[in-house]
Write a protein that binds this ligand. Structure first.
Ligand SMILES: [Zn+2]
Length: 429
């Protein structure tokens, strides 16, 4: 049975909106862009979280992932029970870019109407504060729940995701039965995420004078073929996998097409090396292993094809030259797509909590990019749900903001989701 209205009220009464807004503002005012040149990192934001968690009586650990880049692991053993719920939120924010282009101070946490402005208000210091307040509310309420809650306040989500990888390496993810990834999803319950596979093709020919192209070997025909064939792979994937209801279509997008691969391009110089970068986004059902083999096969096939084309052409010209064109492929990123089933207890908890607080049917959706949750899911098989306050488009933009009412609602949803997830059956007897 689900917790009664009485229990729900007890928990919600322990959520103090002013405290949530203040904690959000305090975190936003700390510039936690990872910028070794400017001397900023996640350190001060992490220290702030440590002090705050300490005051609540939680167990806290701070662990350096890299110099000046700590993870903070907050844990609270609520009572006997088999489940361990993780709330995950990151301390780093992306650069504000050109500060003079902002209408509000990116580190000012200025409140206008019901919006707070600043870098990280949306992605994701507001949600980080909401998860901490939710944990504190559950503890203060004194309601009887079982199991453990872990608050993972992690570094480096925006770049290499070193924080979550270290969290897993150190064994902190062992025993976690479900994780709520606290990211701006505008109140949606996201149970799937697109995967990302990024590859670099390097085509090696031979450089020559533009007026004497036969003295070299042009990479351009191979580049053209690569682009055409990548689109064929995309079409094949679209036809085979179809459209995911939450994530849309899979895509193979050549994003960088560059020759020369390095140095200054000149009109009368035929470059010796070209580079094609492809950004592949996948949906559940596609195999990254398969795609990687196809990319390798593509490199080999085109290499052979272009060498044969040159052979044919050189026969017409009665020309003898080395036709040793080479195509290599390197995988730069490999992050799988994730899928948590609708009948997972974590999804049931998110559903119940969202219904209770919003009073309407929850809306299910998918996350277009990868998050720290990707690694928890892929490396530790942990069911994940991504949800939180904030317009999904506003992350990483100028004048980033979060709606404070939605943020307060989010803290309540987090608290109730944990309450439901950790509600012991013995409470119903
Ligand atoms: Zn984020």
């Amino acid at each position: 049975m689900a917790p009664s209205q009485d229990v729900i009220d007890k928990v919600l009464n322990c959520i103090d909106s002013d405290e949530l807004i203040k904690l959000t503002a305090d975190l936003v005012k700390i510039n936690s862009v990872w910028d070794p040149v400017a001397g900023t990192s996640e350190q001060i934001a992490a220290d702030h979280a440590v002090r705050w968690a300490d005051r609540q009586g939680f167990e806290v650990q701070q662990e350096d992932v890299a110099a000046g880049r700590p993870n903070v692991i907050i844990s609270w053993h609520a009572g006997p029970g088999g489940r361990t719920l993780m709330f995950e939120g990151h301390t780093d924010v992306v650069t504000p870019g050109d500060i003079s282009a902002w209408r509000y101070d990116p580190f000012g946490a200025e409140i206008v109407g019901r919006r707070m402005y600043g870098r990280g208000t949306n992605d994701t210091k507001g949600n980080l504060a909401a998860m901490l307040i939710a944990m504190a509310a559950l503890k203060r309420s004194g309601v009887n729940i079982g199991g453990t809650i872990i608050g993972g306040v992690l570094c480096d989500e925006e770049d290499q995701m070193l924080g979550v990888r270290n969290f897993i390496d150190q064994g902190h993810a062992d025993g976690i039965s479900g994780a709520i990834i606290c990211e701006p999803q505008d109140g949606l319950i996201c149970t799937r995420q697109k995967g990302a596979l990024r590859a670099q093709f390097t085509v090696k020919g031979r450089m020559s004078h533009g007026a004497m192209p036969l003295a070299g070997l042009n990479t351009a025909p191979a580049v053209a073929r690569l682009i055409t064939d990548l689109h064929k792979l995309e079409t094949e994937a679209v036809e085979r996998s179809g459209r995911d209801a939450y994530l849309g279509w899979p895509s193979f997008t050549p994003t960088v097409i560059q020759a020369p691969a390095r140095g200054v391009p000149q009109l009368n110089v035929m470059p010796g090396e070209a580079q094609v970068l492809v950004d592949i986004r996948t949906i559940p059902g596609q195999s990254h292993h398969d795609i990687k083999s196809k990319l390798s096969a593509l490199a080999t096939t085109i290499e052979n094809q272009i060498r044969r084309d040159y052979e044919k052409y050189d026969r017409i010209l009665n020309k003898d030259r080395l036709r040793d064109l080479k195509i290599a492929v390197e995988i730069l990123t490999d992050r799988p797509c994730t899928l948590t089933e609708r009948d997972d207890p974590l999804v049931a908890a998110a559903d119940w909590a969202t219904r209770k607080i919003s009073g309407t049917d929850p809306i299910y959706a998918g996350v277009p990019g990868a998050t720290d949750g990707t690694f928890l899911w892929a490396l530790k098989n942990i069911p994940i749900v991504t949800m939180g306050a904030g317009d999904r488009q506003v992350a990483h933009q100028m004048d980033e903001w979060v709606n404070l009412d939605q943020l307060i609602e989010t803290a309540k949803i987090y608290a109730l989701a944990a309450l439901y997830y950790l509600w012991p059956e013995s409470n119903d007897e």
